[in-house]
Design a protein around this ligand. Structure first.
Ligand SMILES: *Cc1c(COP(=O)(O)O)cnc(C)c1O
Length: 469
């Protein structure tokens, strides 16, 4: 059909909207939304016809039913949006790209309860006067860690930034060369130091730093001693670092506070969960650190946040820094964080109630049982495409916590019949295209689904019918 008659056949927006095929769409989504998209679709159609894209196989323009169908699909996709639930079977429990810690039910309920309407976020119900949003978290962290005072900001990167800026603006900060970490996502200690208005004073050598190195470096303009958890790497071999208590003692002698960036930070002895020991927030405060910072959504298992705990005189100064207003947390974060902290008051049930510790503490046998439960359904879904078996593997904590620690686990291993990279990609694409995308990891020509982080096998098996291979 020629271009001119095709163009003439394109209906007007009003005509399309008046067609019976569009009645349901308009009823469901309103005239405004449907009209805007119909107009855009008809414009696009006109452009296509003018540009003679596919002119020869076009007998005519799409029917009302076809237009309505395409629009309905588009609206459905718009409504799903790009931000969705995924199922993390990568074997990395705290996966930064997949949103780190999964929140416990009580935290989710609190988010809904406290954000659906108003709350006493910054309102003191006793006096009827203005209150402090930190107060809700502060008393919990005080009880759990013994800290004198607490404040909360957007994340641990913000916590480090505001602490440096508050405690050592225009001054030197002493930090070991072995602790000048890059966390990823462009968070590097030397750069944060610069942005916070402090001067970095590198101490010791990469592998060995001694107390005397700090002693020699302290001068007129030293504002702060700092220790940073080397979260995502470990220096092994001929090494030496200075402990928190030695550094704190040195600081006290010179009247210089000690700041500790614990990175992940934990409030419990991780050995109780079968992991290696990490200094807890309590231990570091007891060793004499004046201020500690740690993340809300790493080992703590809560929402994204940066918790700053320590001596009242320093925390008060942090609270008064104008940056605090820029870095403060929202009510939804505080709602979730307070509930997560409440779980820590009952250590007997913590490992069941808090998803992060539940997943980390799961035995390999339990993961194996889940693999056995899922295996037949997975074999069936992939029967013409791949071989599925159970394999022993190792999970990781992730987010820089205990980077060298591996946790014995089990996974379903999918090995495509066709041993090409393309076949492997094709299958993993199909899992990523499920309604709740399932994300595994590729290893030696196989897709591994580590079930450590899966609470309910049916979340995956119920979706297998939609697998588009
Ligand atoms: C993860 C980490 C940070 C950054 O914490 P976020 O909560 O991700 O902002 C800072 N310092 C250390 C040592 C870390 O491990």
């Amino acid at each position: 059909m020629d271009q001119k008659s095709l163009l003439q056949q394109i209906p007007s927006v009003d005509k399309v909207l008046g067609a019976p095929e569009f009645a349901t769409l308009i009823e469901k989504h309103g005239t405004e939304r449907v009209k805007a998209r119909v107009r855009a679709d008809l414009d696009a159609l006109r452009v296509q016809v003018r540009a003679q894209i596919e002119p020869n196989d076009r007998d005519g323009i799409p029917s009302f039913a076809e237009l309505a169908d395409a629009l309905s699909t588009r609206i459905r996709l718009e409504d799903i949006g790009s931000f969705k639930k995924v199922i993390n079977l990568t074997g990395t429990v705290l996966h930064t790209n997949l949103g780190r810690a999964s929140l416990p039910t009580s935290a989710l309920d609190a988010v809904v309860r406290l954000s659906a309407g108003n709350s006493n976020l910054e309102f003191d119900l006793n006096s009827g006067k203005r209150g402090d949003r930190d107060s809700h978290v502060e008393s919990l962290v005080q009880t759990l860690t013994g800290a004198e005072a607490v404040t909360v900001v957007n994340n641990n990167a913000a916590a480090v930034l505001i602490c440096l800026n508050t405690l050592a603006f225009g001054q030197e900060v002493c930090i070991s060369r072995g602790e000048l970490v890059e966390i990823g996502g462009s968070f590097r200690i030397p750069e944060v130091m610069e942005k916070s208005g402090c001067t970095l004073k590198e101490i010791g050598a990469t592998n060995r730093t001694h107390l005397k190195d700090y002693q020699n470096a302290i001068g007129e303009n030293t504002g702060l001693l700092m220790k940073v958890h080397t979260s995502n790497y470990e220096i092994r071999g001929f090494t030496q670092e200075v402990d928190y208590d030695e550094l704190a003692t040195l600081g006290k002698q010179h009247n210089i506070p000690l700041l500790a960036d614990l990175g992940s930070g934990t409030l419990v002895n991780l050995e109780d969960y079968g992991l290696a020991h990490e200094p807890t927030v309590q231990e570091v405060l007891n060793a004499g650190a004046d201020v500690v910072t740690f993340s809300g959504d790493k080992l703590l298992g809560g929402p994204q946040a940066g918790i700053i705990a320590g001596k009242k005189e320093f925390i008060d100064r942090v609270k008064q820094n104008p940056l605090k207003r820029a870095l403060r947390v929202d009510k939804m974060t505080l709602a979730a964080l307070t509930e997560v902290l409440k779980l820590y008051r009952e250590p007997e049930t913590l490992g069941l109630e808090l998803p992060t510790l539940r997943h980390l503490g799961k035995t390999a046998e339990t993961v194996l049982q889940d693999c056995e439960t899922m295996l037949p359904a997975m074999q069936d879904a992939l029967k013409d495409h791949a071989e599925v078996s159970i394999t022993a593997t190792e999970s990781q904590i992730g987010s820089g916590a205990l980077p060298l620690d591996q946790i014995a686990s089990f996974a379903l291993a999918i090995k495509p019949n066709d041993q090409s990279d393309h076949a492997l990609q094709h299958i993993s694409d199909a899992f990523r295209s499920l309604p709740s995308p399932v994300i595994g990891r590729l290893q030696q020509g196989k897709i591994l689904f580590d079930l450590r982080t899966l609470d309910d096998v049916s979340l995956v098996t119920e979706q297998l019918q939609h697998l588009n291979l």
